[in-house]
Design a protein around this ligand. Sequence first.
Ligand SMILES: Nc1nc2c(c(=O)[nH]1)N[C@H]1C(S)=C(S)[C@@H](COP(=O)(O)OP(=O)(O)OC[C@H]3O[C@@H](n4cnc5c(=O)[nH]c(N)nc54)[C@H](O)[C@@H]3O)O[C@H]1N2
Ligand SMILES: Nc1nc2c(c(=O)[nH]1)N[C@H]1C(S)=C(S)[C@@H](COP(=O)(O)OP(=O)(O)OC[C@H]3O[C@@H](n4cnc5c(=O)[nH]c(N)nc54)[C@H](O)[C@@H]3O)O[C@H]1N2
Ligand SMILES: [Mo]
Length: 786
Amino acid sequence: MEENTPNGNGIENKGHDIVVASHAPTPGAQPPERFTGLRLGAIKGKAAGIKGVTTALGHAVKYMAPGQAVKTMFRLNQKGGFDCPGCAWPDPDDDRSKLGEYCENGLKAISEEAQKKTIGKDFFASHSIPEMLEWTDYEIGKQGRLSEPMLLRQGQNHYEPISWAEAFQLIGRKLNALDNPDRAVFYTSGRASNEAAFLYQLFVREYGTNNLPDCSNMCHESSGQGLSQTVGIGKGSVTLTDFYEAEVVMVIGQNPGTNHPRMLSALERCKENGGQIITVNPLPEAGLQNFINPQRPGKILSGGTKLTDLFLQVKINGDVALLKAIMLQLWHEEQQAPGTVFDWEFIQSKTTDYEAFIEDLKTHDFETLVEASGVPRAQIKQATAMIRNKKKIIICWAMGLTQHENGVENIREVVNLLLLKGSIGKPGAGTCPVRGHSNVQGDRTVGIWEAPKPAFLDALQANFGFEPPRKHGYAVVDAIKAMYEEEAKVFFALGGNFLSATPDTEYTAKALQRCDLTVHVSTKLNRSHLIHGKEALILPCLGRTDQDLQASGQQFVSVENSMGVVHSSQGVLAPPSPHLLSEPAIVAGVAQATLGSRSKIDWAHLVSDYDNIREAIEKTVPGFDDYNRRVREPGGFYLPNGAREQQFNTPSGKAVFTVNTVPDKALRDEEYIMMTIRSHDQFNTTIYGLDDRYRGIYNERRIVMMHPEDIKSAGLKAGQVVDLHGDYKGVHRVARQFIVVAYDIPRRCIATYFPEANVLVPVDAYAKGSKTPLSKWVAVTIQPAS
Ligand SMILES: Nc1nc2c(c(=O)[nH]1)N[C@H]1C(S)=C(S)[C@@H](COP(=O)(O)OP(=O)(O)OC[C@H]3O[C@@H](n4cnc5c(=O)[nH]c(N)nc54)[C@H](O)[C@@H]3O)O[C@H]1N2
Ligand SMILES: Nc1nc2c(c(=O)[nH]1)N[C@H]1C(S)=C(S)[C@@H](COP(=O)(O)OP(=O)(O)OC[C@H]3O[C@@H](n4cnc5c(=O)[nH]c(N)nc54)[C@H](O)[C@@H]3O)O[C@H]1N2
Ligand SMILES: [Mo]
């Protein structure tokens, strides 16, 4: 980051870091610093229910034609229907609700995609890029579905229409002009189907690079790493039915009421079968406290199911300390009554490194751990008592654990607890990283990875006859740096919103602007189309809900959910424009234009019938035997999962205990730890609305949640407008114009929404071992707005 232009203040000495520079702002890279009119209500104690249903229906009828709204709701997550483009929570294997396996936020995701409105050449002729950059993300997203390919010529302010053939030729020319394939970056967001993703990585590797960063790098990469090291598979071990049998479910660092609402039904069934739920979170998230199942009218009338039995309000990144405190207490109790707490048979026959783990655990002081976790000792003892005699324990988690410097260690510590209790690979027990994007797990399974395993590359080589590159490629943060330093010159994205989803917005904006060409395969307009390379292309594609017609007829695609079930998804709606292509067709078009006769692959054949792509996947990726038949079975099929059978694919063949340290990053007196989280009305960078209903925050996104005592001691007032400043490794970053909201959050911890606060997340601050940006741990100071 040598090239930083110092800001107006020049050199600042903060007494801690010598701050020499900040990234010069690019107009429009950050969402506008405009307020929309904050209203506050009570923090909700309950999730879903009637309000959830009416909100979702309101959303559906507002943006979709009424007939389409009904049609989509009935086909959503039904066997033979389409997969919800929202989250990756699985559908029940058996009895699915007649009204679609539906949730409020799933329906919002669908109505965003299945919009009546489209935008094409007239829209882009009348709106210049500088004009659109002033819109909020909410306004950008509400314009409608992209309807035809568009080109931005060098130096111009308006996108113009371009034919598909010319667009493919342009990409091919630019890629072939690079002196090395590693100068191109090929990003993937997790909505791409298995078929699209496999074809994409096939093209990218035949072209000659492993530069395949994906949204997973910012998401569950820490889970993949932590789980692979300890239980030999980077995916979770539980299935949905395990939830119905579990005695205790711990939900750590996850907000399912908003982000995985259908998970609440599984938790409800767990409770009805006598299970207990412990939640670990800095915030008292509504959906976890009490749930009113919108699909069970009786439950709506009776006021719902109380889900959380014990809420542990941990400090941000206090989880390792908390888990260690629980395990230390369990160990003491095991000492007092040997053989009653730990599962010795499992530990002895199925694990290694127990001794090293326990030796380290014993060196910790209980009170110090209690203090570091932020949770009262009585509650830690209560949690211990709840799991002491249980064997069927599931631990679920999401971004609250992965987006930390010690993200990988957080996951390993979760595994330690499960191993002590023998709680993995048996009914009602195991690991449950709850995935984000609907097919993020499947994309990785079929080869979207910057660090592919040799066996996978060998299979590509054997089946397709080209020599795949062996050198690992860029993860997201490396890709940003490579573009900033002009090592990489072409950026291609299969979905997503790279500018707004990645850290360090101002730095990333420069990185994208330094590219010769940026290309986005997208359904909807987003800020990444507006902060562009010298030339830029928008390639509009079919979405999950759209019918997909190829040479052999109507196609379906397949996806893998959070629990390793591969199943089909078939769009039901007429596409919003006749000019859209499917993602596989776009990839094939780019591949043909780029590789021409030097390609060993018959791209037209693969795309003519997606069965051909699935055959290619079956030949290459283990676990897909008889893919085309099994994917047509109602509900699909499970991929093999060793941990589920206590077959641990580690070098020793056993599960591994690990020694992890308690993080102790010191804060300066005036600093706070900031986590960047999702509101109830967004899907990542797609902003559905301006409310965060369960948290009682309405009509405003530029807010910072803060403990009332912290507000007072900082000399601030609730409702005051502040700027947030961060200094990291000599670079000063600032996010301006946030309204202070008093909130039930631990002292010295604050929360903001992403993408508004992404500008503060340093590109060079990421998790050890997974390179996941520290979106849940940013040290900031708060100052009255300048
Ligand atoms: N409607 C909707 N659904 C979505 C998404 C969406 O944006 N909208 N996004 C999808 C994607 S890609 C993903 S990855 C998932 C994300 O799902 P989540 O991980 O639930 O999403 P976040 O809002 O990032 O919430 C993180 C939660 O962790 C807590 N937390 C933060 N820091 C810590 C910590 O240090 N320790 C603990 N114990 N808790 C902490 C926060 O208070 C918050 O409750 O959701 C998916 N589903
Ligand atoms: N500060 C902070 N930053 C974060 C996070 C955080 O918690 N805090 N979370 C991180 C996480 S977990 C994730 S997963 C990433 C998400 O990063 P991304 O996946 O890159 O971002 P999204 O906002 O999900 O992408 C939305 C865009 O995808 C396009 N799109 C939607 N559907 C389709 C489709 O079917 N096909 C195609 N081709 N395009 C489509 C639309 O144009 C839309 O504008 O963000 C990360 N960034
Ligand atoms: Mo994610």
